[in-house]
Design a protein around this ligand. Structure first.
Ligand code: FRU
Length: 497
């Protein structure tokens, strides 16, 4: 049944989405059909296509009562919009359909699980948002909310835990055909915990265990958990709020954490062996993964930082982008990421330079653009002492640029969008410690009009940042303090026909 609220959203997004030209959006990163987008939701493969839903407020380019936007893709890069899938239109989710996930049922229906939000009057003019887990079932376009919603509520959380912070269910189907899901929650200590639930049919859910407790180690509330097996280990991805910085590993505010370890399925507990940031740049949050039909674990995130949303004016016709989908692997107990291999098919006009000496500002013929895949190797120049700094500037004209700079003596790689045209006092730079062999470092930089994603080495680190510099600023230049030597392989990216 489509309600009036959903019909209105569908009508509105169709009309206003049409007013946004292709050139005003990135080419291969998903943006909202109209208005505002945050977290990826319900990332799944259904009826021969990848489905991506997203936290969505179609009416303005700012956060509002959450809907689920919807798009499909054959290749994870080229997205086609479908009508808005969920609207906040029931007694139990009137104030928002928050993040959640999707699985395919044995009878071929698509099952969505999301967080229903309902404001409760506490006293005078104080309201708190009660969060419950709800279900909707559909055919890939239209979804019917389950008449027994919510399927998980305050009765299903450990004693003393918060019913106001209980959100973002991520389901998966187990080998035996039953289901499990992880949900973010806040126990009595005020920090985060991940709850594990089980279900035989996807509809009736039962509390199993506290999978992991934060105990105030990584920020406070843990949002958007995901949990899966990869390369013989178990991986838990979380997005904590209110982080404190730890060296160069974690930064202040909303962050992302990947924990790698062992899972004891019988007790439903996770033993952590290693933790690290998922992304070391500025804009990345609320990850969600999928197991692709060919067995790849692919992750996508919201390419945005909650504290930096003011960088883009709410007058703009859309806000929020997804990251590039990334193939994950675990090697030596650490997380590695690569752009999905489907991106290779978008490459054209290859330009190659080998052994270019850089000791001042260098510009190379054919090396420019805002939709670019550039592999860059920097190393010391033979016979010269180790350079002090190497930098590549992009999205550059006489006024603007964004840069990536590497100081081999400190092993620090920095992304800096201070001069990208931003007029807000927000975070513009982020530094990360990187591994390199005596000043030799390999980088792959992907640009798509309004963003840069930098894959370091073999994908052991990624730094993502958005920038809204005018598109005429398409220069790329290289610089060294001291003498460096570089190889560059650069492609244009996009759909040629
Ligand atoms: C994370 C988040 C989720 C919530 C959603 C609301 O970015 O805060 O925890 O479900 O956004 O839009």
């Amino acid at each position: 049944m489509t309600t009036q609220t959903l019909r209105e959203a569908r009508k509105y997004e169709e009309a206003s989405g049409k007013l946004i030209s292709k050139e005003e959006r990135p080419d291969f990163h998903l943006t909202p059909r109209a208005g505002w987008m945050n977290d990826p939701n319900g990332f799944s493969y259904y009826k021969g296509q990848y489905h991506m839903f997203y936290q969505y407020y179609p009416y303005e380019s700012k956060w509002g009562p959450m809907h689920w936007g919807h798009a499909v893709s054959e290749d994870l890069l080229h997205w086609e919009y479908l009508p808005c899938a969920l609207a906040p239109d029931e007694a139990y989710d009137r104030d928002g359909c928050f993040s959640g996930s999707a699985v395919v049922l044995p009878d071929g229906r698509h099952l969505l699980m999301y967080t229903g939000v309902l404001k409760e009057h506490i006293e005078r003019d104080t309201y708190r948002e009660v969060q419950t887990q709800c279900i909707a079932v559909g055919d890939g376009i239209d979804y019917e909310k389950y008449e027994q919603n919510p399927v998980l509520d305050e009765e299903d959380i450990p004693k003393g835990s918060s019913r106001f912070d209980f959100r973002d269910p991520k389901m998966w189907k187990k080998a035996d055909g039953t289901y499990a899901c992880v949900v973010g929650n806040r126990p009595a200590d005020g920090s985060g915990q991940i709850l594990l639930y089980e279900s035989a049919d996807g509809f009736q859910w039962k509390f199993k265990s506290v999978l992991v407790s934060n105990c105030d180690r990584f920020g406070k509330m843990w949002e958007c958990p995901d949990f899966f097996e990869l390369d013989g280990k178990w991986v838990l991805l979380i997005s904590p709020q209110d982080m404190l910085p730890k060296g160069f590993e974690y930064h202040n505010g909303n962050g992302t954490v990947c924990m790698i370890g062992e899972y004891d399925e019988a007790s439903g507990t996770f033993k952590e062996e290693h933790d690290q940031s998922i992304d070391y740049g500025i804009d990345f949050y609320a990850t969600q993964t999928i197991l692709s039909p060919d067995g790849r674990r692919i992750m996508i995130g919201w390419m945005q930082n909650w504290d930096a949303c003011s960088m883009r004016s709410p007058e703009e016709p859309w806000f929020g982008q997804m990251s590039l989908p990334r193939e994950l692997s675990v090697k030596n107990g650490k997380l590695y990421q690569k752009p999905v291999r489907e991106l290779d098919a978008l490459r054209y006009d290859k330009v190659v330079y080998k052994n270019v000496m850089v000791s001042e500002i260098v510009k190379l013929d054919g090396i420019k653009g805002r939709k670019v895949d550039m592999e860059l190797t920097v190393r010391p120049q033979n016979g010269e002492e180790l350079y002090r700094k190497f930098a590549v500037r992009f999205a550059q004209n006489d006024t603007y640029y964004t840069s990536l700079s590497f100081r081999p003596r400190e092993s620090i790689l920095k992304i800096d969008r201070k001069f990208s045209g931003s007029r807000r006092a927000i975070i513009h730079q982020r530094r990360s410690l990187v591994d390199h062999a005596g000043g030799e470092l390999k980088l792959r930089i992907i640009l798509d009009r309004f963003s840069a994603e930098v894959f370091v080495g073999d994908g052991e680190q990624v730094l993502s940042a958005t920038m809204y510099t005018e598109q005429e600023a398409d220069g790329i230049s290289f610089f060294a303090d001291g003498t460096a030597n570089i190889d560059v392989v650069k492609y244009e990216l996009g759909y040629r026909f």
